[in-house]
Ligand binder design. Structure first.
Ligand SMILES: Nc1nc2c(c(=O)[nH]1)N[C@H]1C(S)=C(S)[C@@H](COP(=O)(O)OP(=O)(O)OC[C@H]3O[C@@H](n4cnc5c(N)ncnc54)[C@H](O)[C@@H]3O)O[C@H]1N2
Ligand code: MOO
Length: 459
């Protein structure tokens, strides 16, 4: 490490005093807005999971495309039942059948087209013969339409199958495939370049020297971006010196033209803050980046700005839990607002134990669902109101901030019981890995009693 012993703060662009969460989220959204999503892209269904539909899709065909049997059994005209009828040729799935000879029944398999002339199906287990091979079959009275899946009963040709903006689930992909579509037009994903670590950090799988640790934050940010539906175009280790980092970043910007540069570490108050130094000096021409603090723990130190007037950069603190929490609290809603990636999924949570807040910072705690079951008895409404009141009073309402920036659904309904994990420090990554929900606890002087309802973010 060779950092010249200069007063690098002389060129630092910092903001004064801690920002609220909502203020900083708004700032992150402002820098992301430097880039707008481009034209839609067409992708094969196999690559379309979790992507967002660019425009509505209408079906060209009826679903199902023809009336077919819901059971293995006998197709027959309801008017011919009850009775013992001669058995005609079997109708397998995948073959178009001959019309039914009047007064007969034919073996039919699940999914096979209903032959013209038949209008009902009798399951084989409802026949005394219980055989497809007998010459006759005895059928009790069967109402017309029973166990027949009519053509178009799911969707008719020309109807909207999925609307624009739908996030494609596995079952949505199945519906598109059933309608015969091999590919679909989706919104472009933000292309993100990740820089993590410092000179103490080595990649998992490589040799770790004394005093070194493995890079956790590359995996955290890659996983986070995959979950929200962004594309990672590169994961780099930050160089030892600001000049080398600035050089590599400049090269990457030219080659990759990312929609966002995301850095982790090297931004607080130490002597060797490579990211902060490189982005606030003239080592990277055109960098307009500022650093400061947010009234949140973990994730106090933050930075953000624009590189060369065209590429947003968001600088997260290096402690692994701080990196992760910052990504969820600031980046996820801002990316969702600008790129329609996955917004935070909020959920009302009820504390199962008393919790002491921090006096002036929102403390983002990690929690696990208590009983696991949503308490249908709890009315929710009054509890949620008091929680949002507390959080509004703190000036750090996640609820209003998240809803503002991301369009996240308002929190309503009965809360889930949640037990907060004991650890609050930002190095407790293994403990954080057990969390099921993040719970921002509003700043305050008084302990929050068990039963207090807050807004959680599902993980
Ligand atoms: N004098 C002060 N010191 C610190 C302050 C402060 O306000 N004044 N803030 C503390 C807080 S809070 C945080 S958070 C960290 C943020 O520091 P940096 O963003 O500069 O991060 P580093 O110093 O590079 O690393 C912090 C910590 O995280 C570990 N780390 C870094 N990168 C990785 C990685 N890729 N994988 C795993 N672990 C990583 C690193 O070894 C350090 O332990 O600053 C506090 N200090
Ligand atoms: O804000 Mo730091 O993220 O507390 O560890």
């Amino acid at each position: 490490m060779s950092i010249p012993n200069v007063d690098r703060r002389s060129q630092d662009q910092s903001w004064d005093g801690p920002r609220t969460l909502a203020e900083h989220r708004g700032q992150v959204l402002d820098v992301l807005a430097v880039r707008s999503p481009g034209a839609e892209v067409t992708v094969r269904l196999a690559e379309a999971h979790s992507r967002v539909l660019a425009s509505e899709v209408r079906a060209d065909i009826d679903l199902p495309p023809f009336a077919n049997s819901q059971m293995d059994g006998f197709a027959v005209a309801a008017a011919s039942t009850p009775g013992t009828l001669p058995v005609g040729p079997t109708v397998p799935a995948g073959v178009w059948p001959e019309p039914l000879a009047p007064g007969t029944a034919v073996p039919i398999m699940t999914g096979a087209p209903i032959p013209p002339g038949a209008d009902t199906v009798v399951p084989i287990e409802e026949t005394p013969e219980r055989s497809f091979d007998a010459a006759t079959v005895t059928l009790s009275e069967a109402p017309a339409g029973r166990f027949v899946r009519p053509q178009g009963s799911d969707l008719t040709a020309g109807e909207v199958l999925l609307s624009a903006g739908s996030r494609l689930s596995a079952v949505a992909l199945g519906a598109l495939a059933a309608a015969g579509l091999p590919a679909v037009a989706v919104r472009p994903r933000p292309r993100v370049l990740i820089y993590t670590g410092g000179d103490e950090v080595v990649l998992p799988g490589s040799d770790r020297g004394p005093g070194q640790i493995y890079d956790a934050n590359g995996a955290i940010l890659s996983g986070f971006l995959a979950r929200v539906g962004a594309e990672v175009v590169g994961v780099r280790l930050i160089d030892d010196t600001p000049a080398a980092f600035a050089g590599h970043l400049q090269q990457d910007l030219a080659e990759l033209d990312p929609d966002l540069v995301l850095t982790s570490g090297g931004i607080s108050a130490g002597r060797f803050e490579v990211v902060r130094t490189a982005l606030t000096s003239d080592q990277l021409p055109g960098a307009e980046v500022s650093f400061g603090s947010v009234a949140m723990q973990p994730g106090g130190p933050q930075g953000l700005g624009v590189l060369g007037g065209t590429v947003p950069v968001v600088c997260l603190p290096g402690n692994p839990v701080s990196t992760w929490v910052s990504a969820v609290i600031f980046l996820q809603p801002a990316l969702a607002a600008q790129w329609q990636t996955l917004p935070p999924q909020t959920v009302p949570v009820r504390l199962t134990e008393e919790v002491a807040p921090l006096p002036v910072k929102v403390q983002v705690r990690r929690g696990v669902y208590g009983s696991g079951a949503r308490d249908a008895e709890a009315t929710g409404a009054s509890g949620v109101a008091s929680a949002s009141g507390a959080s509004l009073a703190s000036g750090a309402s996640l609820a209003s901030g998240a809803a503002l920036a991301s369009g996240a659904a308002p929190v309503s309904g009965a809360p889930y019981d949640v037990r907060l994990l004991p650890g609050t420090s930002s190095h407790l990554l293994a403990e954080a890995a057990r969390a099921e929900v993040l719970v921002p606890v509003p700043a305050g002087e008084q302990p929050l009693p068990a039963g207090t309802v807050l807004e959680g973010i599902q993980l």
